[in-house]
Design a protein around this ligand. Structure first.
Ligand SMILES: Cc1cc2nc3c(=O)[nH]c(=O)nc-3n(C[C@H](O)[C@H](O)[C@H](O)COP(=O)(O)OP(=O)(O)OC[C@H]3O[C@@H](n4cnc5c(N)ncnc54)[C@H](O)[C@@H]3O)c2cc1C
Length: 484
């Protein structure tokens, strides 16, 4: 391999307790939580705003936050949605019971409103934010101990030294650089859940629209998509259309057009998906204009700047939450969040049979009854064997089925809050990520608004020993020996 010398030495910046890569729902919640607990936090975000997929990706809808009985998404997520409501950043169809109590209901929002609220929250928590800044490399002091990260922005390259680190990039970029074991879509799974390039539309007269199960998508959408496919309107016959949601008086956000076989950790593939996504969005514009009353003057405002990636890389953590856990509605003494969204694993092709199976799973097999939930244990945030690195958001340690439930914004925000809180506890108690006292962590999260109903608390972390043993016996034996 050829190597090149850099023209300049790396400038070193010190003085941070915690560096967070990525300012999506997970990274923002981690930064706000840690900042409020007094840590000196640097949040590096590749784009020019916070919110990740919810803003730069135009995914303008929060997934269900309650289970028909209680609101599961507490803490910072709850604060965000309540503030957005008070400030008028939700469409007029949104009633608080939708996120506070109802079962499986979505809450659309205005992306510009979310950007503003997140700006205010991070500034209020004294977080040092660096936009247009990418974490591109890292320095490891010894196995499992990160010494610092290299960032790149308009000022060039810089080495940032800190005590702790959180990877909230969605794609486990930092954990992968640091050598954490990762599962990769299409390599460790049979196929890849396709991404979508979302888009914002104006000129909609919503008064003629009746809404379906999500209460923000036109009710005749599925029958119309079938007609349009028969008519040859689309370059690919994709029956699976999540839909156009009402996000403001005459605005709609489109989640439509699966970009099949895109590999989100391959740059050429990502680039191709952006070209393809922008082309497909135009086909949906023609579709909505033709088939829906009130959409005749539909106008494309913008396609997203960030590709809507559903599946890329996930770490192998101290615990890997799997489908058996999901089906068993498993609870953990060290759960740092609870959640109830159905498994939403989008099929990897546009076959109608696959789509029908998906609907059956999503609406029946993998949908919880009212009042049910599963626990997300702390160990999903800790890359196996790492001491001062946590991962939060859609790249945590879960199999592909559970990933398809917890990859959504409310769950990512709750996991981010837990990671930020854990990093601070680790510095304050001088314990590594794998040694933290779970009773203290759960109690701090509860104090800061998290809904964690477990009665029994245990200081120890729940680990997937069996899986860790199967994956790397030598590592397992060394670590179990150290523990007992
Ligand atoms: C098409 C689609 C529709 C969806 N629909 C919904 C929905 O209706 N409701 C819902 O709640 N969820 C939905 N989701 C899921 C949800 O939006 C994402 O999974 C969630 O935002 C993930 O949060 P995150 O914080 O892990 O990552 P992201 O939101 O992806 O944020 C990661 C951030 O990290 C930044 N970043 C990446 N690499 C680096 C780096 N090296 N250095 C610095 N910054 C970096 C990115 O720019 C980004 O801002 C949808 C997802 C997709 C793709």
């Amino acid at each position: 391999m050829k190597t090149y010398r850099l023209c300049r030495d790396l400038e070193v910046e010190e003085g941070y307790d915690l560096v967070i890569a990525g300012g999506g729902p997970a990274g923002c919640a981690a930064a706000i939580a840690a900042g409020r607990l007094g840590a000196r936090v640097l949040l590096a975000e590749a784009m020019g705003c916070l919110g990740g997929m919810g803003t730069s990706g135009l995914v303008s809808e929060f997934d269900p936050m309650a289970n028909g009985e209680v609101m599961l998404a507490g803490g910072i997520m709850r604060e965000i949605i309540e503030t957005m409501c008070t400030r008028g950043f939700l469409p007029d169809c949104s009633e608080p019971h939708r996120w506070r109590k109802d079962d499986h209901r979505y809450t659309p929002f205005q992306p510009e409103g979310l950007k503003l609220i997140l700006d205010e929250l991070v500034l209020g928590a004294n977080v040092a934010v660096r936009f247009f800044t990418r974490v591109i490399d890292a320095d490891m002091e010894n196995a499992g101990m990160v010494n610092g990260v290299i960032i790149h922005n308009i000022e060039g390259y810089k080495f940032i030294k800190a005590k702790t680190f959180i990877d909230a990039t969605g794609d486990a970029v930092l954990a992968n650089i640091c050598g954490a074991t990762c599962r990769e879509a299409g390599k460790d799974t049979p196929d890849i859940m396709p991404p979508t390039l979302c888009a914002l539309f104006g000129g909609i007269d919503w008064q003629y629209t009746r809404f379906i199960y999500k209460e923000c998508v036109p009710d005749t959408q599925s029958e119309n998509i079938a007609k349009a496919i028969e008519e040859g309107m689309f370059t690919q016959p994709d029956y699976h259309l999540p839909g156009m949601s009402k996000i403001d008086t005459n605005l709609g956000a489109l989640n439509g057009g699966h970009l099949y076989n895109t590999n989100a950790v391959n740059n050429a593939s990502l680039t191709k998906a952006m070209f393809w996504g922008r082309k497909i969005v135009r086909e949906y514009e023609v579709f909505y204009k033709k088939y829906f009353k009130g959409f005749e003057n539909l106008q494309l405002v913008s396609t997203a700047a960030l590709l809507g990636v559903r599946e890329s890389r996930r770490i192998l953590g101290e615990y890997e939450l799997d489908y058996e856990d999901f089906k068993a509605r498993r609870k953990f003494s060290d759960q740092i969040a609870v959640f109830a969204k159905a498994v939403d694993k989008h099929p990897a092709s546009c076959s109608i049979e696959e789509y029908k199976k998906h609907r059956e799973r999503f609406d029946k097999t993998d949908k919880y009854a009212v009042g049910e939930y599963y626990g997300i244990p702390y160990g999903v945030l800790v890359p196996r064997g790492f001491k001062n690195l946590w991962v939060a958001g859609r790249c945590v340690s879960a199999d592909v089925m559970v990933h398809a439930s917890l990859r959504v914004q409310p769950a990512c925000s709750m996991m981010g809050q837990a990671a930020g809180t854990a990093a601070v506890q680790s510095m304050e108690t001088d314990k590594t990520a794998g040694e933290l006292d779970m009773v203290q962590l759960v109690e701090t999260l509860r104090k800061n608004g998290a809904y964690l109903p477990q009665e029994h608390l245990n200081p120890a972390i729940t680990r997937s020993w069996k899986k860790l043993y199967q994956y790397d016996t030598a590592w397992f034996l060394k670590n179990t020996h150290e523990q007992h």
